[in-house]
Design a protein around this ligand. Structure first.
Ligand SMILES: [Fe+2]
Length: 388
């Protein structure tokens, strides 16, 4: 309880209509020309135009960048830096999910420091902060709008690089539930499981503290209450708002308590095989809980309760563990995420390489149970099968 803990979070505005404040926020930061980093899938919707209108009405010039992948690559980031400099932009606005926000964060620090983005790999390796950054998340899960992290794929090595620095915290986040109504059900479910993974990994992390516990517990409660509703009824604003709030809480929890083995293993899958982040987490989550359980049994029991299980603290540990796992698997199944790694194209020949890559990921440092290459490979093997 009295262990030293620091907590960082940006300014954010939460609620319906938050997106329309982007112009006012940018103008308040003294922005003259913003590079708006937009998820290319969003041009089918009205949101990019709304962002442009709001910025232009506030006297901010707009340039658009959307040439990046769902797992943004270093080469794409550096192309964005080229446009940012060439167009004399002085700020970034991100509109999209984790890929747009991570890409915008990366363009910011690489342009401010005149360095290649891969030079910032690791913790606290960013000498100068980037230009002002305003984030408008369109998915409920990533937490990038409040976090001090970005993940960028080194295209040559096929390796997802984690960058952690206070300079990656946006200047403002505009969190608007209405924007997420355009998300299809499968992405809603995957993003929701990403948020659940953030909350769970933060809750059992070696670096957890009272503030992150509070946020993680409430995030899990909200996800249990709202995710299925948001998947089944995409227009349900109350459910969308509940999930976006959960994502915000989980984002602040993991940004400060850090993550664990699920994210280490998921980064490896995203880098080598370019698989979607939320789906990787969803597949791996219960397998990592099965491995970690004994190292944080009471905390996992509490997670089980927040997901609706009746877990008796006096019951034998093996019984409680089985109840937590069954609850988690049933929750995944309820939102259509019971597939295994084999179902998304991971072949057994890749597992040794994936495990070696995951073993170097900094997220492992806060996993409650130590985890070497052999253990990671075994977890991958178990996660290959579907329906368990
Ligand atoms: Fe994540």
């Amino acid at each position: 309880m009295l262990t030293l803990r620091k907590f960082v979070a940006p300014e954010f505005v939460f609620g319906q209509g938050a997106l329309s404040l982007v112009g006012r926020q940018a103008a308040g930061l003294g922005v003259r020309r913003a590079l708006v980093v937009v998820d290319p899938g969003l041009f089918a919707f009205a949101w990019p135009d709304k962002v442009r209108e709001s910025l232009e009405q506030a006297g901010v010039d707009v340039r658009i960048f959307s040439a990046f992948s769902s797992n943004p690559r270093d080469t794409e980031v550096m192309a964005g830096v080229g446009i940012f400099v060439e167009q004399a932009c002085d700020a970034l606005v991100a509109l999209g999910g984790g890929s747009a926000m991570d890409c915008a964060k990366a363009i910011g620090i690489a342009s401010a420091n005149r360095l290649h983005i891969l030079k910032f790999e690791g913790v606290d390796n960013v000498p100068r902060p980037g230009p002002p950054l305003v984030c408008v998340p369109t998915t409920a899960g990533t937490g990038a709008e409040v976090s001090q992290f970005a993940a960028i794929t080194d295209a040559a090595r096929k390796h997802k690089v984690s960058i952690a620095s206070k300079t990656l915290i946006p200047d403002a986040a505009l969190i608007d539930p209405e924007v997420t109504t355009s998300l299809p059900s499968d992405i809603t479910a995957q993003s929701g499981l990403d948020a659940l993974t953030h909350a769970m990994e933060a809750y059992v992390s070696n670096a957890h503290g009272p503030l992150t516990d509070l946020l993680a517990e409430e995030a899990i409660r909200l996800i249990h209450r709202h995710l299925l509703r948001a998947v089944v009824a995409p227009e349900d604003l109350e459910a969308r708002g509940g999930m976006l709030l959960a994502s915000l809480y989980a984002g602040m929890a993991f940004s400060n308590a850090i993550l664990g083995a699920v994210h280490a293993m998921s980064h490896s899958l995203g880098g080598l095989l370019d698989l979607p982040h939320g789906q990787c987490n969803a597949i791996l989550l219960d397998h990592v809980v099965a491995y970690n359980y004994e190292a944080a049994a009471e905390r996992y029991d509490q997670i089980g309760r927040l997901l609706g299980a009746a877990i008796d603290a006096q019951a034998p540990e093996a019984e409680r563990k089985a109840a937590v796992l069954a609850t988690l698997r049933a929750f995944k199944a309820s939102v259509g995420l019971s597939m295994g790694l084999s179902d998304v194209g991971v072949s057994p020949e890749c597992l040794a390489d994936l495990a070696a890559r995951a073993a170097t990921d900094p997220c492992l440092l806060t996993n409650p149970r130590p985890c070497g290459v052999a253990e990671i490979e075994t977890i991958y093997e178990k996660a290959c099968q579907s329906g368990i």
